[in-house]
Design a protein around this ligand. Sequence first.
Ligand code: PLP
Length: 426
Amino acid sequence: MDKNWKIETLAVQAGYEPEDGAPRIVPIAQSTTYKYDDVQSVADLFDLKREGFFYTRLANPTVDAFEKKIAAMEGGVAAVALSSGQAANAYSLLNIARCGDHVLALSSLYGGTVSLFTNTLKKAGLEISFVTPEMGEAEVEAQMRENTKALFIESLANPALVVADFEMYARVAHKFGVPLVVDNTFPTPILCNPFKFGADIVTHSTTKYIDGHATSVGGIVVEKGGFNWSNGKFPEFTEPDASYHGLIYTRDFAAAPFSVKMRVQLVRDYGIPMMPFNAFLSHLGTETLHLRMERHSENALAMAEFLRNHPKVSWVNYPGLADSPENAKVRKYFKNGMASGVLCFGVKGGREAGERVMNALKLAAIVVHVADVRTGVLHPASMTHRQLSEAELVAAGVSPDLIRLSVGIENIDDIIADFDQALAQA
Ligand code: PLP
């Protein structure tokens, strides 16, 4: 891999470098185990004295190729691929904070993440409190505590479509000596590289655009490298790990202590790694990510323009629209002002009229999914965000009439024609 390659080249070429005579395409290493000639080789692997594979729960060649590709595209030093985006977000925090610690997060996060934070991680002893996207720097700072161990944001919130002010959150996190963790699922590394704007850890639900074809649930956590874990706040990084013969992550794996720790503690003990076949499909999907993100963004902008001029539509939220309050941040942080493929809108007549429109669609399908090549719609209040309370729905930017539209890469004329005929039945 050439360090100077641009992101489009990394999408196609990074991760897998075949040797002479090896398969051109990354092979699917559908094997739980690996064969060795002598005992010492395996002992050295267990002791992390040499690199290699010994058990697929911890590492696998196909998964490794995918991890290397995404790490290269984000500009990070290492990545750990997991079985879902939920696992990625949970591990990103469990690797940093422990029982009794606090994490500050943005209230506009994806509903599943809010639920993970306020229920399951709470039971594990983490206290996670929220700031709203409207709060300014001083207000966010005021919410940081002595025991805060991370600041967690989503670069483009699902489905509120709020664009995070990365630099502001990075300033606050770093002032308090804690990492900024960014869920970068919606923009993908093609449209936005949070590491350039101060993030320290990036997560993805690779289930979305990265796979892109709705074949594989997956997640990934990427480490930028260079964060100062030795500032006294993170003893688990700087003190001997009794479960690994006294390993000290910052000393023994100085280049990527966060990723090594996650793999040998959380993935070793809890499991939930990405599986080889899913890694193969996600790796393949990533090879066209740069082309797809451009078309998704172009089609979504055209759909946003169409919908907001339609007499039956009451409102449209798409950060790519020049007059969107989010557009300045899109232009600052995202490539060429492209705002990804998801938009939200409401139909005049509210929830019932919206349901009639959704039921009348022919090309666009009702799916509990977002961000793949096919156009799809979803009603968050009755589907993905169903477990959230009224207050949490408001905080997540989900009104009862909100329809989330994931614009695919079909011909835009066909997508518009489908919505035109469906809206006629509102
Ligand atoms: N993060 C974001 C922004 C998401 O949109 C989602 C799922 O929609 C997740 C995380 C969870 O990912 P997964 O469904 O792969 O567990």
